[in-house]
Design a protein around this ligand. Structure first.
Ligand code: PLP
Length: 408
């Protein structure tokens, strides 16, 4: 199946038993009745496929995992309670106390805050200003066990050169973990570009209407986990390309309990059906709005990879086949002007989310970056007067008119 067909059909069961629903049905149940005691033992032992308890597995969640696995070209997928749960599991599935993570400072604020929690567990984080070979070289040492970066960073919108960074990682025998939330699989399938593990918040572009919180963790199945450097994976090596996911399912994922709710998986499947169409419209709206803002004389420093002056423009054009995402930022001149703009918009919603079909606006410095120090905040591209816009799929004329009236 090609990408846009798989968005609709992958993971839809056609087993010929019972009625065949056109949508993925919601198995809203905590547990599953077993056929016999012997069968339940087989399921618990992993010798027979089946379901026993929804924290461990559920058919609706499995259908969503299968759809995501197919469209991202992964070996295996684990659906999680949130994007943060997926990021946490990806890192903790690889690292243990004494290890280090290498990552850029331009990451999503929530991930930067998670790094503070990791420090308490003995996992340190080496931060670099930019993901360039020289910056990574300078920060690398033999405690580093993974590189974590975003395809398009939130909200600085730096674009990651996935093949180049993956090659750098593989020369040093560490996996590249990519947070693909902003790009979504409609723009980039990082596993196909060389990344080893992908995490995504499905609360954003994938559910697409701001209806749920969820996350997904995808493993390409190609990284060779050295049992000495990655001792937590040693017991799972026998599962070959499924080693990483097997370790999570038999351990950390099951035991930390951050599973996806069945109804969230249902909303994820529904969202995926229209992902490609929504992203097409959101990206073209974002480009038109960025161009209008740049020429308006009402704001400064419009940041959007689709603008020719943007540092990531050429790379994004190449890597994302001429699409540049749905998120842009601009500066208003002062925090007061930023607040007045947010209080004046009528079509756009003031909300701390992205990836909704409706346009959302936010002042990151006073919200999602509130607990990040000013220096760190500015390195992540968040100034006192920065507005972040998640562009929706409205008629672009209404968006431009709304921004015009609010800014003036
Ligand atoms: C929102 C977001 C997350 C966290 O996802 P949740 O579903 O809110 O936990 C992680 N990374 C990026 C880039 C995000 O935008």
């Amino acid at each position: 199946m090609h990408f846009e067909t798989a968005l609709l059909h992958a993971g839809r069961a056609k087993d010929g038993a019972g009625p065949a629903p056109c949508a993925v049905p919601v198995f809203q149940t905590g547990a599953f009745e077993a056929g016999s005691a012997a069968e339940l033992e087989e399921i618990f032992a992993g010798r027979k496929a089946g379901f026993c308890y929804t924290r461990v597995g559920n058919p609706t969640v499995a259908a969503f995992e299968e759809r995501m696995r197919t469209i991202e070209g992964a070996a295996s997928a684990v659906a999680c309670a949130s994007g943060m749960a997926a990021s946490f599991l990806a890192i903790m599935g690889i690292c243990q106390a004494g290890d280090a993570v290498l990552a850029p400072r331009t990451l999503y604020g929530g991930t930067l805050e998670l790094f503070g929690d990791l420090a308490r567990m003995g996992i340190s984080v080496h931060l670099v200003d930019e993901v360039t070979a020289s910056a990574l070289d300078a920060a690398f040492d033999d405690t580093v066990r993974l590189v974590f970066a975003e395809t398009i960073s939130n909200p600085k919108l730096s674009v990651l050169d996935i093949p180049a960074v993956a090659a750098w990682c593989h020369e040093r025998r560490v996996p590249l973990v990519v947070d693909n939330t902003l790009a979504s699989p409609a723009l980039a399938r990082p596993l196909e570009l060389g990344a080893d593990i992908v995490v995504e918040s499905i609360s954003k572009q994938i559910t697409g209407n701001g209806t749920a919180i969820g996350g997904i963790l995808l493993d390409g199945g190609k990284f060779a986990w050295d049992p000495v450097r990655f001792p937590s994976l040693a017991p799972w090596k026998k599962f070959g390309p499924f080693a990483f996911t097997a370790g999570l399912r038999k351990g950390l994922f099951r035991n930390t309990g951050g599973c996806m709710a069945p109804v969230t998986a249902f909303l994820g499947c529904i969202g995926l059906e229209t992902l490609a169409l929504r992203m097409e419209r959101a990206c073209s709206n974002a480009l038109a709005l960025a161009e209008w803002l740049s020429g308006s004389g009402l704001v400064s420093e419009v940041s959007y990879p689709g603008l020719s002056g943007n540092p990531g423009h050429a790379l994004a054009g190449r890597q994302f086949a001429g699409r540049y995402g749905a998120i842009l930022t601009f500066r208003t001149g002062s925090r007061e002007r930023a607040y007045r703009f947010l209080d004046q918009v009528e079509v756009a919603l003031l909300a701390s989310n992205i990836g909704d079909a409706k346009t959302l606006v936010l002042h990151p410095a006073s919200t999602i970056f509130l607990d990040v120090g000013e220096d760190e905040r500015e390195l992540a591209g968040v100034f006192d007067d920065t507005i972040r816009v998640s562009v929706g799929i409205e008629d672009i004329r209404d968006l431009i008119e709304d921004f015009r009236q609010a800014l003036s």
